[in-house]
Design a protein around this ligand. Sequence first.
Ligand SMILES: *Cc1c(COP(=O)(O)O)cnc(C)c1O
Length: 357
Amino acid sequence: MSKFWSQRVHELDPYIPGEQPKDNQYIKLNTNENPYPPSPKALAAIQAASDESLRLYSDPNSEALNRAIADNYELERNQVFVGNSSDEVLAHVFSALLKQEKPLFYPDISYGFYKVYSRLFAIETVSVPLDDQLAINIEDYCKGDKGGIIFANPNAPTGLALNCQQIQTILDHNQDCVVVVDEAYVDFGAESAVKLIDQYPNLLVVQTFSKSRSLAGLRVGFAMGHADLIEALERVKNSFNAYPLGRADIVGAAAAMRDKDYLEVCCSKIIATRQMVTDRLKTLDFKVLPSSANFLFIKPQGITAKRMYLRLKEQGILVRYFASPRIDDYLRITIGTDADMQTFLHKVQTILHSSRA
Ligand SMILES: *Cc1c(COP(=O)(O)O)cnc(C)c1O
């Protein structure tokens, strides 16, 4: 604390990311990174961009990337916005579209940054409880006076997804406010709302290169929606940082977006591994929520979640434990390679055995 801090800084409650240990001694199953490398085409593009041209500013409109995204999702160029990570895109979304007279609705259990940005931008919120199965109840979003809605689909940390028909019901009941769908994990098996964009001028879909495209270290995210919503984001962006993406980011992400086959292969592998781990954990009587993401939300049996988290860490495996009401008996486990997950399952069994003995 310091007398030099603004009142706003005193009031902030910053996001705490999952641990990022400096050494490589852990199997990291705690921050939903992809265990597979980025597309070789993306790596080649990034390398080719790392030359003397770095003395020049990057393209402020990142044309090559926006074009690749628009082509991939069959959208117009003016329906796409990109930023330096989807967290940054979300920050612009909060200040450009979700800061309204009326409160913002979001699930009580969801991505931690929604609460953090609401504080940062002084947005009044209504935190809507998930149902007793930890699912979003769409009826809760079809009533009440709101200035906006945001939720992750699949939701984090539960992995549970709504289908497009359910999202459409929410959109139909909220034509006077913006509905933001954060699709950070959509490529791992959920239905994307992108196909509803031309029908709903109040829909904004946010995605990232960090999860399904294995580029968490590059920091690129994007939003898709009606041109008017995108223009609002451009206005905020150009009042904040005109060059959010570097030269290598733009060409690397564009190459990753165009490499559809590679995305497909990586996601299929993760989905198959997710199924294998789900089946194995169920034989241990663990509760495993049906996941459409690259992680599982599980409730261990015969040991507390906190103890399992600590024992796994001692054994070199990092998973995510949230000491929050309603979810403090669950763990969130990122899906790694088959080999990582065999090691994980083996350690889980050893820990159970020693704690039951
Ligand atoms: C990981 C994640 C993000 C942030 O992704 P970045 O692009 O790496 O900032 C956004 N939303 C959700 C729900 C996430 O899990």
